[in-house]
Design a protein around this ligand. Structure first.
Ligand code: SAM
Length: 338
């Protein structure tokens, strides 16, 4: 397209571009371009020569001409750069990808360059593993750190991915559980991590009190930081094994959260014991698609019988897919009996 333009020396171009932009003179649909040692800035209408006087260093080096321009290029997306849509998670200002992805280096570079909110790209070099459910990481791009601040449902969390579990993918599930807690109720979160269930409940449910337990000292340190960060006085952090901690809060909880899907089955007795008469247990498990809830429900009933209580199912749901044919599920049940 043919447009009026200012032809300015390259050394002055940025100052003049900014001034024209502020004054609303730059043509919105045309791409600024180079012309030898000069830059051509397309403008919306023919400028009067005396308008040039307001420009910094304006002199005979600036001329008003008509020139051909290309339509403005839109900012390339990640997909434009890579040629495919990369899979990644974001926690705070850290993006997470798999380190063994053949395109890991390209994806990391593109994420850093084209997502302004990302300052670190971590590659996972191990699955979620061990008792504390952590992963090992390599920094693929950006600053060398595994710590960040993640915001979710109006709460802020200090997270250190090298030292304690955290997944942004459970945000919807945490909100769903928090919405089930009524004002004034007591909650025991047996595998609290850095506190995303506990803190959300402490912050969003008036009068609620939460006992948040985790065995990982690194997770509990962050949990304590997060209680302070969110200015809460109704969440108590306990560094302990869930079995031992549950013994100290027997028959007290309106809600018991058991978010350790890989092995929460081993803790069913203590989870059921922590619930008060009529209390609800939110039990997470990993199950096969051929039997999403049956085996788990059998184990729940056996555990209840062992500790002399009865259980009634109040809800089953798939939280997310976990692996081929396997799902992370939540079974919710009410506990009765003293
Ligand atoms: N609920 C948190 C969340 O949503 O981010 C953390 C969930 S993570 C899957 C499970 C947590 O259980 C880890 O932080 C781990 O340290 C903790 N854990 C593992 N075994 C435990 C035990 N025996 N007693 C207490 N906590 C334990």
């Amino acid at each position: 397209m043919k447009l009026w333009a200012l032809r300015v020396p390259g050394t002055m171009a940025e100052d003049i571009r900014r001034m024209l932009l502020q004054a609303g003179h730059i043509h919105p649909k045309a791409q600024i371009r180079r012309d030898d040692e000069h830059i051509l800035i397309p403008v919306a209408g023919k400028p009067e020569p005396d308008e040039l006087g307001v420009l910094p260093g304006a002199d005979k080096n600036i001329t008003i001409i008509e020139a051909e321009f290309e339509p403005k290029r839109k900012k390339p997306s990640l997909e434009d750069i890579l040629g495919f849509t990369p899979g990644f998670d974001v926690i705070g200002d850290i993006a997470i990808i798999e380190a063994d992805d053949p395109d890991a280096a390209r994806i990391a570079k593109a994420l850093l360059e084209y997502r302004k909110s990302i300052n670190v790209v971590l590659g996972a070099v191990s699955p979620v593993e061990g008792e504390f459910r952590t992963r090992q990481w390599v920094v693929l791009a950006g600053e060398h750190r595994t710590r960040t601040v993640h915001k979710e449902h109006g709460c802020r969390y200090n997270v250190d991915l090298a030292g304690a579990y955290f997944s942004a993918r459970l945000g919807t599930e945490r909100k769903r559980v928090a919405d089930m807690v009524k004002p004034g109720q007591c909650v025991v979160d047996l595998f609290a991590g850095v506190g995303p269930f506990s803190i959300l409940i402490g912050k969003s449910v008036p009068g609620a009190s939460v006992v948040a337990v985790d065995k990982n000292p690194g997770a509990v340190k962050l949990l304590r930081e997060n209680i302070r960060l969110n200015r809460l006085d109704n969440v108590t952090a306990v560094e302990d094994d869930a079995r031992h901690a549950a013994g100290n809060v027997k028959h007290s909880a309106d809600h018991v959260i058991m978010n350790l899907p890989q092995s929460a089955r081993e803790f069913l007795d203590c989870g059921i014991l922590a619930a008060k008469n009529g209390g609800v247990v939110h039990f997470y498990d990993i199950t096969h698609e051929d039997d999403l809830y049956g085996i788990s429900w059998g184990l729940i009933q056996e555990a209840a019988a062992r500790v002399g209580r009865t259980v009634e199912c109040v809800g089953n749901r798939i939280v997310r897919s976990y692996a081929p044919y396997q799902y992370n599920v939540c079974i919710e049940f009410r506990v009765s009996g003293d």
